[in-house]
Write a protein that binds this ligand. Structure first.
Ligand code: GLY
Length: 369
């Protein structure tokens, strides 16, 4: 059974999120958008393309006038303007017009880059999201944040640009490397922690089914996350308020990602960032010690890290301070008042951040003891 969630803006339906266990409904959904007889550029990366691009190309071959596949080298290090330029060149070479559309097939990097290219090509062409990682299915494909990294700044250049459709085929998770899958679990747990304590309990109760990728559990989990995200982005589409709560774990998480030179996955860094933010919440008397330790330890069953080696804690703090958001305004930290309730806090000091990073940091000496 497929599920549909509609995202509205100012009470007007803007796009549907379809959740299904294969690609069989994709053509019908594109038909509803009147895309028959248009050209489609499938943008994908070198990891995802070999698994799914041919299936979608075949599916659309008698529906679109031309289907072109543009594959870029996988990796966050390619989330830059050069990759966007490559996409634009392909669009130009194949004479794409404003009526045509882009289909982003892949994880968060693919969705963000493709969305941004769509927003600027001929001042904007339609794009649809076909997220294939858990992280993209539960978070990044929804809400219209698009963009690329620039110099040392993550997501520095971009636009809010809404997709026309988000099509989630849950079976694509079966081809995902286990590490990528668990990385997505950090974003899933984030929802429970910031806004839904009963969902947090549900995740813990379903631990074994989540490990086994039980189809019904996956669908229920993804649908619930999409509904929570829909609620947030409808209320605050351009992140003037509560949408910032979704950045829980990301403030220090992004700095860890940079310091580790992208050798840790995004969700792994988010998990570490969540542990730090929960620690700061405890130290600022918002959470109890028991709650902090419970939250920290709950990442472990999902193969997510709660400690880190071979970093300089002071460097993490410096990188946090030089992050895009901090460099152009005050540093907004997302803290927890309890499981299921997050708040924005602008009073977190450098010392508090350093103490939090030291809490998760183990030096070589610690390890040899
Ligand atoms: N991924 C966070 C957001 O969409 O706001």
């Amino acid at each position: 059974m497929s599920k549909t969630i509609t995202v509205n803006l100012k009470k007007k339906p803007i796009y549907d999120i379809i959740i299904h266990n294969d690609f069989s409904l994709l053509k019908d959904e594109l038909n509803k958008l009147s895309y028959e007889g248009r050209k489609c550029l499938i943008v994908t990366d070198s990891n995802v393309g070999p698994h799914h691009a041919a299936e979608i190309e075949n599916l659309l071959s008698d529906f679109c006038t031309e289907v072109v596949v543009h594959t870029f080298e996988a990796g966050e290090c390619n989330k830059n303007l050069k990759t966007v330029e490559g996409i634009i060149k392909t669009l130009v070479e194949h004479h794409f017009s404003r009526k045509d559309f882009i289909l982003a097939l892949g994880g968060g990097v693919t969705g963000d880059i493709s969305g941004f290219a769509s927003s600027i090509y001929m001042r904007g062409i339609d794009f649809i999201q076909v997220p294939t990682t858990l992280l993209a299915q539960v978070d990044s494909s929804i809400g219209g944040k698009t963009g690329v990294d620039f110099d040392q700044y993550k997501n520095m250049v971009g636009a809010f640009y809404m997709p026309k459709l988000v099509y989630i085929n849950t079976s694509t998770l079966k081809t995902l490397p286990a590490r990528q899958y668990y990385s997505g679990m950090a974003e899933v747990m984030k929802y429970g922690l910031i806004m839904d304590s009963s969902f947090y309990e549900w995740i813990l109760n379903k631990m074994y089914e989540i490990h086994d990728m039980d189809q019904d559990t996956l669908e229920e989990m993804i649908e619930h996350c999409c509904t929570l995200k829909q609620r947030i982005v409808e209320k605050d589409p351009f992140e003037n308020g509560d949408r910032a709560l979704l950045n829980f774990g990301h403030t220090l998480g992004h700095a860890i990602e940079k310091a580790k030179n992208l050798t840790l996955l995004h969700g792994e860094c988010v998990a570490l960032g969540c542990v730090c933010a929960a620690y700061i919440s405890w130290k600022k008397d918002r959470l109890s010690m028991e709650e902090y330790y419970e939250i920290r330890d709950m990442f472990v069953p999902f193969n997510l890290p709660i400690s880190i080696t071979e970093i300089d804690p002071a460097e993490i703090v410096a990188l946090t301070k030089s992050d895009k958001k901090a460099s152009v305004g005050e540093l907004k930290f997302i803290l927890l008042k309890r499981v299921g309730k997050a708040v924005i806090d602008t009073t977190v000091t450098e010392e508090e951040m350093l103490a939090a990073v030291n809490e998760i940091y183990f030096s070589e000496d610690d390890l040899n003891e």
